[in-house]
Design a protein around this ligand. Structure first.
Ligand code: URA
Length: 228
């Protein structure tokens, strides 16, 4: 919400009064004086006017989770356990910044900051995502050039962005994507009639699971939060 509207609403004063407060340097957001009434205020921001706390601001939370197989990337589900069960939160406390399939393991991000998660999941966000892929049949080396060139996904009527494939052994590869289409990795290998039998996300941009044990989570560091 805009700062000027928020103040008018919370302090029960007119817009004219709000403008006077802003112009007079009587409004602060997170302890910094603010004059611009159009500034967007998030629920995490502390807003004060003339030493009165108008909005306390609640703590933003940013977590990385090492998702195991068998947990659904949703906040609620009628039959499956959800990733929120693993962090002990409810749907009104946290949401997911991206998804992994039920049988995919690896790095998943959760937050209560909608601005941050939107930035991360916007189609324009080209942060590389690195997956380790296990396949049923030997990986055709022709995949390397085809993935680099892009594959046509007829359902969405688009060509995938260049993706880098590193073949590690006959049935294992590391794939770097710069987008996140529905079942993208499985569909890319499906194009070569090769079924993905294991899929694990290792990194998103600069964030890496490191040695975080499967099924556990940790808070992101301030530097990791700022990376997006
Ligand atoms: N691509 C897939 O096919 N599944 C995932 O979970 C992530 C990327």
């Amino acid at each position: 919400m805009r700062l000027d509207r928020l103040i008018a609403h919370l302090a029960c004063i007119s817009q004219q009064h709000v403008r006077r407060l802003l112009a007079g340097g009587h409004v602060s957001v997170n302890a910094e004086t603010v004059h611009d009434g159009s500034r967007a205020i998030r629920p995490f921001d502390r807003v004060e006017s003339e030493q009165r706390i108008l909005q306390l601001g609640y703590p933003a939370r940013y977590l990385m989770l090492h998702k195991p197989v068998g947990y659904v990337s949703a906040t609620e589900h009628p039959t499956h356990r959800t990733v929120l069960d693993l962090v002990g939160a409810s749907a009104d406390e946290l949401h997911l910044a991206g998804r992994l399939d039920l049988n995919t393991t690896g790095l998943l991000l959760l937050t209560n900051d909608g601005h941050w998660s939107r930035r991360l999941t916007l189609p324009g966000n080209k942060q590389p995502k690195v997956y380790r892929v296990q396949t049923e049949d030997p990986i055709d080396p022709a995949c390397i050039a085809a993935f680099e060139k892009g594959l046509y996904f007829s359902y969405e009527k688009l060509t995938t962005l260049p993706a880098h494939l590193e073949i590690l052994d006959s049935h294992t590869a590391r794939l770097t994507l710069h987008e996140g289409r529905y079942h993208q990795v499985k569909r890319m290998f499906g194009h070569f009639r090769n079924r993905v039998t294991g899929l694990h996300r290792e990194t998103i941009g600069p964030l890496s699971l490191g040695d975080l044990p499967e099924g556990t989570f940790r808070a992101l560091t301030p530097a990791e939060i700022a990376a997006f």
